[in-house]
Write a protein that binds this ligand. Structure first.
Ligand SMILES: Cc1cc2nc3c(=O)[nH]c(=O)nc-3n(C[C@H](O)[C@H](O)[C@H](O)COP(=O)(O)O)c2cc1C
Length: 269
């Protein structure tokens, strides 16, 4: 009886959550942060009993959003993709997007597979887009092998995507040191302690290695590890994507001519 009661109440509540949030069913984790205590306890009990919050295939297939916020017109585009990126970057700043500096970096693996991971952009200008990493990591080894790569930003709050195809090269040691010196001590020690992308003995090993370097550098300046530094991705093609209603999105692609002048054209969505 209690179970049936909970099921009915839960179903009612579930619908009301959906109606307030674009018809997206909630996971238990989301509920933990948003639901009222009474609803929360009902949902927790129920989810333990019958896992009712796993999305059905039909619900998953019906997840979609119509984009209406903005448009992208040729006449409004800046002369270079970096200037256009700067405009969109300012919009992103104004919109207070969380982790607007997070971008996907796609590379080619040694076996021809494509690989991708998130990194943080730390600078950009006419020369390109800069991120920092471990030069012994998988991504670095892949970039040494094939410096062609792709950076992707998705700013969902603005219904925008920026796709940058380019060539990565290491920045100067001086530039890397300048940025490394600005990092918090914990991140500096982490850069020494983590043999990024390598298989390690376990979490305890990582903890002990961190503690070893924390002890080693407890007095004074923490230098940049030789294996750590930045890459700059020099853009070759940059596409700006603005979501539009009925999947008729705006896409403007910049390419550089042989004369070094940027031109842009519209792509079909
Ligand atoms: C939000 C976010 C930001 C990240 N920023 C960086 C970064 O700036 N540099 C970096 O090396 N790894 C960063 N990582 C971790 C990478 O995604 C990745 O796990 C790590 O670099 C190892 O990748 P690899 O084995 O392909 O070299 C970030 C991960 C996330 C989720």
């Amino acid at each position: 009886m209690i179970f049936i009661f909970l099921l009915i109440v839960s179903h009612t509540n579930q619908r009301s959550y959906r109606s307030t949030r674009n018809n997206v069913p909630y996971s238990v984790a989301q509920l933990l942060t948003t639901a009222k205590p009474i609803n929360l306890s009902i949902h927790i009990v129920l989810s333990l009993l019958c896992k009712s919050y796993i999305m059905t295939p039909e619900e998953l297939a019906s997840l979609r959003k119509d984009y209406t916020m903005n448009a992208l017109n040729e006449a409004d585009m800046a002369a270079t993709p970096i200037l256009q990126f700067e405009k969109w970057w300012r919009d992103a700043e104004m919109s207070q997007i969380t982790e607007m500096n997070a971008m996907t970096l796609a590379t080619t693996a040694h076996d021809g597979m494509v690989d991708a991971r998130t990194v943080l952009i730390k600078a950009f200008d006419e020369k390109g887009f800069v991120f920092f990493t471990n030069y012994n990591s998988s991504k670095s080894s892949q970039l040494e092998f094939n410096s062609n790569c792709c950076l992707l930003f998705f700013w969902k709050e603005l219904e925008r995507q920026v796709r940058i195809n380019g060539i990565a090269e290491k920045i100067s040691t001086k530039e890397s040191i300048e940025y490394f010196d600005s990092r918090p001590d914990g991140s500096k020690i982490g850069a020494w302690a983590s043999p990024q992308s390598m298989v390690v003995a376990g979490k305890t090993w990582l903890k002990e290695t961190f503690e070893y370097y924390a002890e080693r550098f407890k007095h004074g300046h923490i230098p940049k590890p030789p294996h750590w530094g930045g890459y700059r991705v020099k853009p070759i093609r940059v596409e700006f994507w603005q979501g539009r209603p009925s999947r008729m999105h705006d896409r403007i692609l910049y390419t550089e001519t042989e004369a070094g002048i940027w031109m842009h054209e519209r792509l079909a969505p």
